[in-house]
Design a protein around this ligand. Structure first.
Ligand code: GLY
Length: 357
């Protein structure tokens, strides 16, 4: 099957390329002027990063920067290590950074590219489902501080995103299913065909080698591309992508980041669905559809009762809260998201009781 090209509009437009065995297209995506590239990758992808380095070496000088995986890599010391490698290798403004890894690695690589010499070319090559459908697209880059996640960063558009489904070979089924938290999110906020495909045959839909899987990834990227193309800096519609994330982020914090992001978002979407039902927006059918689809993907739909006060205080600190008011994305109907601003606390507690285990 051929490579699909999904354009992302905006001040700095770029393409997302999707296909199988397409890492060789990276050299073209780099552009003619690039002489050096820094490939930022986690230890688990060392052998693959080396293959990528040798592939690119026919065209450019490629240098590897191995960084800690997951949140441990999103630290200023790790960014400083990358800057040091670039400085010692005489990286200029026309050179490039490649983010080769999951969402944490592409966030870090994006931040390094955005800050080196006030910005060099960035190519994102996500290697997880979550990275492919969400983190690597849209230009959110950043690192964490001791005070919280993603507190330092910038919006910085990549020059291209290369989604090679073959890099998912060997990925654990649990990792794939966790990535589906975001895929389901797109289904509810924008594209019901996603839900239909998963409901038709969940095993085929989640098999990275199937055409259905590719279709789901392409549909998800299409939605993300459209939304971030219209609202790069999250002044409006982009906030809808946070469906399930207000409570989801609080769950991640309460679980000391031991839960996968998609699992926390799954509980968060269930909560948002119950909230919408309690405010008279959503029918029982659509709330039940959330529960059955997420359960079919082995994602959690309940959370232990008795932890409400912790979650509420974390949500209050959520950087997406404006002033004192909590904001939730809820659905008016399937594919009709809206903002629920400052809901009554008793309503929130009632929704929490609906998902209590
Ligand atoms: N992950 C949500 C966004 O990129 O806006």
């Amino acid at each position: 099957m051929t490579t699909s090209t999904i354009p992302v509009a905006g001040v700095d437009p770029y393409d997302v390329l999707v296909g199988r065995g397409i890492l060789s297209e990276l050299a073209n995506a780099l552009g003619a002027n690039v002489r050096k590239v820094l490939i930022v990758h986690p230890p688990t992808l060392g052998a693959r990063a080396e293959r990528l380095r040798s592939l690119l070496s026919e065209h450019v000088e490629a240098i590897l920067a191995e960084v800690p995986d997951a949140e441990a890599g999103k630290r200023v010391e790790v960014a400083a290590f990358c800057w040091q490698v670039m400085g010692q290798s005489d990286f200029t403004r026309t050179d490039a950074v490649i983010g080769f890894g999951g969402g944490a690695v592409t966030d870090l690589a994006g931040f390094v590219a955005a800050t080196w010499l006030r910005g060099v070319r960035l190519i994102q090559v996500p290697t997880t489902v979550l990275g492919m459908v969400d983190a690597a697209i849209g230009g959110k880059t950043g690192i964490n501080t001791a005070e919280g996640k993603n507190l330092v960063g910038s919006f910085y558009a990549p020059s291209a995103v290369v989604v090679d489904l073959d890099v998912l070979e060997g990925i654990s089924p649990m990792e794939t299913l966790a990535g589906f938290g975001e895929v389901v999110k797109y289904g509810f906020i924008a594209e019901p065909e996603i839900l239909d495909i998963i409901e038709r045959d969940v095993a085929t839909a989640t098999n990275p080698e199937s055409d259905e899987f590719r279709r789901l990834v392409e549909l998800s990227i299409g939605i993300k591309a459209r939304v971030v193309g219209a609202d790069f800096r999250e002044a409006g519609e982009r906030e809808f992508l946070n469906y399930g994330h207000t409570l989801g982020h609080a769950v991640e914090f309460a679980e000391r980041y031991q839960w996968r992001h998609g699992a926390a978002v799954s509980v968060g979407m269930m909560f948002a669905a119950e909230l919408a039902r309690l405010t008279g927006r959503l029918s029982d059918d659509i709330v039940d559809r959330h529960r059955s689809i997420l359960t079919s993907l082995q994602l959690p739909v309940t959370y232990p009762a008795g932890r409400w006060n912790t979650l509420l205080s974390v949500m209050r600190r959520d950087k997406k809260a404006r002033g004192d008011l909590l904001r939730f994305i809820v659905l008016d109907a399937l594919a009709r998201p809206t903002v629920l601003n400052g809901p009554d606390e008793s309503l929130l507690f009632a929704a929490y009781q609906e998902i209590g285990s």
